[in-house]
Design a protein around this ligand. Sequence first.
Ligand SMILES: O=P(O)(O)OC[C@H]1O[C@H](O)[C@H](O)[C@@H](O)[C@@H]1O
Length: 539
Amino acid sequence: MALPTINPTTTEAWKKLQQHFNSVKDVHMKDLFAQDKERANKFTVKWDDFYVDFSKNRITEETLKLLIELANEVKLKDAIKSQFSGEIINETEGRAVLHTALRAPKNSNFTVDGVNVMPEIYQVKQKIEAFTNEVVNGERKGFTGKAFTDVVNIGIGGSDLGPAMVVDSLQYYKNHLTTHFVSNVDGDHVNEVIKKLDPETTLFVVVSKTFTTQETLSNANTLKDWFLQSATEDAIAKHFVAVSTNIANVKAFGVDENNIFPMWDWVGGRFSLWSAVGLSISLAVGYNNFDSLLQGANKMDNHFKNEDFKNNIPVVLALISVWYNNFFDAESEAIIPYSQYLNQFATYLQQGIMESNGKSVDRNGNPIDYQTGTIIWGEPGTNSQHAFFQLIHQGTKLIPADFIGFANALHGNKDHQDKLMSNFFAQTEALLNGKSEAEVISEGATGDLIPFKVFQGNKPTNTIFINRLSPESLGELIAMYEHKIFVQGVIWNIFSYDQFGVELGKQLATKILQEFNNISNNEHDSSTSNLLNYYKNLT
Ligand SMILES: O=P(O)(O)OC[C@H]1O[C@H](O)[C@H](O)[C@@H](O)[C@@H]1O
């Protein structure tokens, strides 16, 4: 069954939400809390070691009820079933969407075109496990007989952001291997990494679902050439492995057949860290930790699949986000993890969320006249408090924010942890309550300065509070956002799993590169022509 194609704005629930919005849009959350002592409990979901408090949002029980009606009217439950049962819900590319199968237990049954994909998945997982153990234990050696010390992940987009974010987030759990990520076609990136490498002890993992991506192939070739300055061709088999669906291209590049880790077209690039694309994660933190990450994601999958919408964390977060995006006209959402380990989390989510839901044509092929994908940005707290929080507190824009925190620090420094968490709680409290004129005056401010010190408050936040950062809880957290993406795509009646919007720039870059090599000559607008000439004259 294809995904339903219901324009959300034509639903009864949408009309009711519009009316409801008009009656609640100016209500201050402070008053909602004052009116209902149970508010925080009503709008909190406790699940596993997650405590998700969404009470500091500009919603009432009626809002949530209507949003759930909307989810029902667009047939979200059926859509979830279609996704998990391997139907071709990525219709524009003719593919199933089964990253959830990658983290499911061995005895599950996920079928694509009538074939259960679990045996293949577990074969590849076994290969990842065996390979990881050999590298980490030092049994697998480089061309001069030395054990590996460094791993270089060569990939971009989904073949870089997920593994890079997870390796960074789980650095507490890391082993002795040093992991590097080369992604940008900017030659300075690869050359800076080369400075740190010893060809005798470096393992290269070339990751590309398509194995046609310009950046990845350029970087892989540059690293291979550099490697061959010290080694002979036959050493490539020891030092280069690849992850891809395109086995022919991988072989043509020179990777030994035994060193190929397959993946499948039913795994989208930005949802692929759970597949062999996560090989660098497994190498960095060991296979057991990689597997725990997957198990965490699987727990979240079950929660998402089985829980009532009212207590379903990804569903509730998605609905609240639709509420701000489509009724309050909020354009962006901030992701603020209170953990330096999650430094790359917002960057990672930018691809997941914006590449998936940055669409303006609906599932019937018609232009859309309502807002879809939100702009995602963010940085860890407390750093971001000293950077962009001013605008969230006192600017003119409404920026709903997810505050992600962990109760227990990994290094157990209670003094720092209490300081960190006091900021974590204080910020959402400040965003909720603001500071009134009376409070400003009672603090001693006088005269002209008073208005500058007033905070309106009423700024929405979700608090996603987790016991501890572990491979498992990180897996849960990532999967939570993956499902939020899917729910929003269903509501907005768009296809979340294609990304045609990234193609045009690639095509034009190819043409311009041909011009640089005098292969072709193209017409350009005068701005682009001037820029090209200016560049040619400078280089
Ligand atoms: O893994 P690859 O095939 O090399 O693709 C890498 C990336 O490139 C493309 O431009 C897509 O927009 C991304 O979704 C993808 O993750």
